[in-house]
Design a protein around this ligand. Structure first.
Ligand SMILES: CC(C)(COP(=O)(O)OP(=O)(O)OC[C@H]1O[C@@H](n2cnc3c(N)ncnc32)[C@H](O)[C@@H]1OP(=O)(O)O)[C@@H](O)C(=O)NCCC(=O)NCCS
Length: 209
């Protein structure tokens, strides 16, 4: 029997714990890796903080989820865990709808009421936000973050590390990234492709670095 270790005990980590209870109630959750021993003190009903991620040695039955919203920080933690032999869980909330032929990589989390359209590809350590749509034939590369309430239309390709803020959107066939990580501000609607940069507004325009 695998036991889950959640990296990060902030809000996202606490949410992941709740999703695991919904998705696989029989799964053992060993605890959280977090450098703040008291981070859960004012919250009831969570498994313990095991200590910082730095220096944690995976046990044979451990599987990990990195509950860090920032794409670059999530990548750093995932690489650290992988470097010491850690394996990753993939979590799809039971209220999510996942279409035919969808591939979802290890470490990724599809949050409640998200919809992933048919033939989409979701890489490793991707977050598909609560009530978000990643439509048919999209490709979300590793460490992409789709915040809650986003709508990404069909055939979009978000390169590694793309972050879309809450209630963002993209029209069909948009490509983001490739030259550098793209940050899409909350509420922006992306109507053409951008190779890098910070985007804001409707239609989304590039803003300062
Ligand atoms: C864009 C963002 C990073 C803020 O950038 P910032 O440069 O620090 O912006 P500030 O907060 O200093 O605000 C500067 C101006 O931009 C405006 N602004 C801020 N966010 C904006 C957004 N998403 N779209 C349009 N305008 C925005 C502010 O209202 C302010 O306008 P004003 O100068 O007329 O008062 C932030 O608002 C955002 O969108 N973050 C995404 C967070 C998110 O969705 N996280 C996921 C949670 S699950």
């Amino acid at each position: 029997m695998k036991s889950l270790v959640i990296v990060g005990a902030s809000a996202l980590g606490r949410e992941y714990f709740s999703y695991v209870c919904d998705a696989c109630p029989s799964m053992k959750v060993k605890g959280f890796l977090d450098s703040r021993p008291d981070v859960l003190d004012r919250f009831a009903g969570y498994p313990p903080v095991l200590g910082p991620a730095e220096g944690y040695r995976p046990q044979d039955d451990d599987v990990f989820l990195v509950a860090v919203g920032d794409s670059a920080a999530r990548r750093a933690y995932a690489e650290r865990i992988a470097a010491v032999g850690g394996k990753f869980h993939t979590l799809v909330h039971p209220t999510a709808v996942v279409g035919r032929n969808v591939q979802i990589g290890e470490g990724s989390v599809v949050r409640p009421m998200a919809v992933i359209g048919s033939d989409a590809t979701v890489g490793r350590h991707v977050i598909v936000g609560t009530q978000s749509l990643v439509a048919h034939d999209c490709v979300m590369d590793d460490f992409t973050t789709i915040s809650p309430g986003c709508h990404v239309a069909g055939r979009c390709h978000f390169h590694e590390g793309t972050f879309m803020g809450i209630h963002g959107g993209a029209v069909p066939d948009v490509e983001l990234g490739g030259e550098g990580a793209v940050f899409v501000a909350a509420g922006a609607v992306v109507t053409r492709s951008f190779a890098s940069g910070r985007l804001r507004g409707v239609p989304a325009r590039q803003i300062g670095k």
